[in-house]
Design a protein around this ligand. Structure first.
Ligand code: F6P
Length: 539
């Protein structure tokens, strides 16, 4: 069964939302809270170790009901079933979308073209576990007989961002191995990493689903050449492993077939950290922690699949985001984790959200005349409070924000934790209420300064409060955003799982690279011609 392909703007609920928007767009949330003492309880979802308060949004119960109707009219339930049952919902690439199968229990079944893929998934997991144990315990050694001390993940996009973010986020759970990530084709990146390495004790994990990506192959070749300055060709089998669907290319690069961790075309790059793409995660924090990460994601999958939409966290967050994106015309959303561990979280989400839903053609192949993918950005609090919060509080743009916090700190310093969480709570309160002119005057502010100190408030936030940052809760959090992406793509009637938009630049870069060695240039625009000549004359 194909995904539904309903233009959301033609649905009854969309039209109702448009009418309803006129009546709520100027309503202040402060008044909504004053009118209904139960508001926070009504708009909070408690699930497992998650407490999700979405009451500080510019919605009423009527808004919420219309949004839920929109999900129904878009046939979201059918779409969820299609995804989980392995249908070819990535129609433009002719593939299923089954990152959820990577974290499903061993006893479950998931069919792609009539074949249950779960046994293969568990076979690869076993290989990851064995390999991880051998490296971490020092049983598998480098070419001079020394145990490994360093791991270098060579990949880009989904083959870098997910593993890098998770390893950084779970650094509290890390073992003795030092991990490095090389992604950019900028040679200074790889050279800065090489500077820190000893070839005798470093393991290289080349991660590329396609094994054709320019950045990854260039970095892998540079590293191989550096490695071969001290080691022999035979040593490559001990020090290089690969994660890919493209086994022939991995072999021709020189990596032993036994050192290949397979993945599947039904796993999209930006959703692949749950597969062997997460090998570096497993190496860094141990296989048992990698498994907990997967278990957490699987719990969120079950919640998403089975929970009523009104208390379904990813669905609710997606609908609220659509409300701002399509009715308030908010251009971007911020994600502000109050945890330094989640330093890379927004960067990671950028690929998932913007590569998936940055589309302008609908599932019927027609151009779209409504807004789709949101811009996503963010940095941890409290640092971001001292950087861009001014604009969120007093700027002209509406920026809905997700605030993510953990009730417990990992190192247990309660003094710091209380300060952190007081900021976490204070910011969403300030964004909600603002500060009136009356309050500013009462502070004794000189009259000519009063307008500058007024905060309008009415700035929407979701608060996602989680007990503790663990591999399992991180798995839930990542999966929560994955499903939010899916819901939005379904309602916007777009295909979320292709990324043709990244191809044109790649093709032109290949052409320009060839021209660096040619005396004549092909027919570029005059700006590109000038820039190309400028570069050629400089090098
Ligand atoms: O350029 C986009 C992209 O195709 C991403 O979707 C993907 O995560 C990344 O490149 C890396 O691709 P690969 O794993 O095939 O090297």
């Amino acid at each position: 069964m194909a995904l539904p392909n309903i233009n959301p703007t033609t649905t009854d609920s969309w039209k109702r939302l448009q009418e309803h928007f006129k009546t709520v767009k100027n309503v202040h949330m402060k008044d909504l809270f004053a009118q209904d003492k139960e508001r926070a309880n009504k708009f909070t979802i408690k699930w497992d170790d998650f407490y999700v308060d979405f009451s500080k949004n510019r919605i009423t119960e009527e808004t919420f009901n219309y949004l839920l109707e929109l999900a129904d009219e878009a046939k979201l339930k059918n779409a969820i079933n299609s995804q989980f049952s392995g249908e070819t919902i990535n129609k433009t690439e002719g593939r299923a979308v089954l990152h959820t199968a990577l974290r499903a229990p061993e006893t479950s079944e998931c069919h792609v073209d009539g074949v249950n893929v779960i046994p293969e998934v568990y076979e690869v997991k076993q290989k990851i576990q064995q390999f991880t144990d051998d490296i971490v315990n020092g049983e598998r050694k480098g070419f001079t007989g020394k145990a490994f001390t360093d791991i270098v993940n060579i990949g880009i996009g989904g083959s870098d961002l997910g593993p890098a973010m998770v390893v950084d986020s779970l650094q509290y759970y890390k073992n003795h191995l030092t991990t490095h990530f090389v992604s950019n084709v900028d040679g200074d990146h790889v050279n800065e990493i090489i500077k820190k390495l000893n070839p005798e004790t470093t393991l290289f994990v080349v991660v590329s689903k396609t094994f054709t990506t320019q950045e990854t192959l260039s970095n892998a070749n540079t590293i191989k050449a550096w490695f071969l300055k001290t080691a022999s060709e035979e040593a490559i089998a001990k020090h290089f492993v690969a994660v890919s669907t493209n086994i022939p290319s991995v072999k021709s690069f020189g990596i032993d077939e036994n050192n290949v961790f397979p993945m599947w075309d039904w796993v999209g790059g930006r959703f692949s950290l749950w597969s062997a793409v997460g090998l570096t995660i497993s190496l860094a924090v141990g296989y048992h922690n990698f498994e907990s990460l997967l278990r957490g994601a699987n719990k969120m999958d079950d919640h998403f699949k089975t929970e009523d939409f009104k208390s379904n966290i990813p669905v609710v967050l997606a609908l609220i985001s659509i409300w701002y994106n399509n009715f308030f015309k908010a251009e971007s959303e911020a994600v502000i984790p109050y945890s330094q561990y989640l330093n890379q979280f927004a960067t990671y989400l950028q690929q998932g959200i913007m590569e998936s839903n940055g589309k302008s053609v609908d599932r019927n192949g027609n151009p779209i005349d409504y807004e789709t993918g949101t811009l996503i950005w963010g940095e941890p609090g409290t640092n971001s409070q001292h950087a861009f919060f001014q604009l969120i509080h007093q700027g002209t743009k509406l920026i809905p924000a997700d605030f993510i916090g953990f009730t417990k700190s990992l190192h247990g310093n309660q003094d710091h934790q209380d300060k952190l969480i007081s900021n976490f709570l204070a910011q969403t309160e300030a964004l909600l209420n603002g500060k009136t002119e009356k309050e500013v005057i009462a502070e004794g502010t000189p009259s000519d300064i009063i307008p500058f100190k007024v905060f309008k408030g009415n700035k929407p936030t979701n608060t996602i409060f989680i007990n503790k940052l663990t591999p399992e809760s991180l798995g839930k959090l990542i999966a929560m955003y994955e499903h939010k992406i899916f819901v939005q793509g379904i309602i916007w009637n777009i295909f979320s799982y292709d990324q043709f938009g990244v191809e044109l630049g790649k093709q032109l870069a290949t052409k320009i690279l060839q021209e660096f060695n040619n005396s004549s240039l092909s027919n570029h625009d005059s700006s590109t011609n000038n820039l190309l000549n400028y570069y050629k004359n400089k090098v």
